[in-house]
Design a binder for this molecule. Structure first.
Ligand code: SF4
Length: 237
C-alpha cells in the first residue's frame, strides 16, 4: 500500500451492495460535496464539502484490502464524486487492488469525467431533465450544458453505462420525460432507467410524501419511450 493518500473527502462507505453496480458485489464510497441542490436529493449530509469527512482514505483502503477476493467492484458515489481532486488517483488505487471501478455521477464536470473514463468499468449517469430545463431541478442556471457534453463523452468512450432519471411528478411532467428520452435516443443512449423518487428525506420539504407516481404508471408514455430506447427499465422503490 502506498504511503501517500489521494485527496478525497469521504462522507461514508457502504461495505456491501448488489444494486449499485449491475451484476457485481460492490462497496460504495460516498464523496462529499455537490455544486447543485436538487429538491429531491436524499444525500443531504453529503452536499457541503466543508463538513468534516467521516473516513480517511487510509481507513477505506485498509477496508478494501480486507475485502480483496470477496468484492468485485468499488463504486464512487456522492455527492458528486467528479468534483474531488483525488478521484483519479483513488480509482487507480482501487484498480491496483484488483477491483473493478464504478462511478455514479450527474456529469456536471465533463472535462474531469473524460479523464476518468479510461479507468472506469461502469458508469451510472443521473440525467435530471431535458438539458435546457436543468435549472428547475438543480437550482443552478445553465446546469444542463455540462451533462450534455458528458453524455456525449460517455457514449463515445464505449464504457458500459446506465443513464437514469429520477421522476418526481412535481418536477417533471410527461412531456418533459418524453422530450428527454427523445433527446437521449437521438444521442445514441441504448440503456435508460426511469426511477421512482424516494421522498422521505427530500432536501425540499414540499417534495416529500409523494403517494402516487402517475408518470411511471402511464403505460402509453412508457411504450412510447420503449419505441425510442428498447432497453428501458422502470425502477420502482
Ligand atoms: S446532483 Fe445528486 S448529490 Fe447533487 S444535489 Fe442533485 S441529487 Fe443531490
Amino acid at each position: 500500500m502506498s504511503t501517500t493518500s489521494p485527496t478525497l473527502s469521504i462522507g461514508g462507505l457502504t461495505a456491501f451492495t448488489t444494486i449499485d453496480f449491475p451484476d457485481h458485489l460492490a462497496a460504495v464510497i460516498f464523496c462529499q460535496g455537490c455544486a447543485w441542490r436538487c429538491g429531491y436529493c436524499q444525500n443531504t449530509s453529503l452536499l457541503d464539502r466543508h463538513v468534516q469527512p467521516t473516513l480517511t482514505w487510509q481507513q477505506v483502503e485498509a477496508f478494501l484490502v480486507r475485502r480483496q477476493g470477496l468484492l468485485d467492484a468499488v463504486v464512487f458515489s456522492g455527492g458528486e464524486p467528479t468534483l474531488q481532486k483525488g478521484l483519479l488517483e483513488a480509482m487507480q488505487r482501487v484498480r491496483d487492488l484488483g477491483f473493478k471501478v464504478g462511478l455514479h455521477t450527474a456529469g456536471m464536470h465533463s472535462k474531469r469525467l473524460a479523464e476518468l473514463l479510461p479507468f472506469l468499468d461502469w458508469i451510472g449517469f443521473d440525467i435530471k431533465a431535458p438539458f435546457q430545463n436543468y435549472a428547475a431541478i438543480t437550482g443552478v442556471a445553465n446546469s444542463g450544458k455540462q451533462p450534455l457534453e458528458s453524455t456525449k463523452r460517455v457514449l463515445e468512450s464505449g464504457i458500459a453505462y446506465e443513464f437514469r432519471t429520477t421522476v418526481h411528478p412535481q418536477l417533471l411532467n410527461e412531456s418533459d420525460v418524453l422530450a428527454l428520452a427523445t433527446s437521449l435516443a437521438d444521442l445514441g443512449v441504448q440503456r435508460y432507467v426511469l426511477q421512482d423518487c424516494r421522498t422521505q428525506h427530500c432536501l425540499e420539504p414540499s417534495l416529500q410524501n409523494l403517494s402516487y407516481n402517475e408518470i411511471l404508471a402511464n403505460e402509453n408514455l412508457i411504450q412510447a419511450i420503449r419505441v425510442l430506447i428498447p432497453q428501458m427499465i422502470i425502477r420502482k422503490m
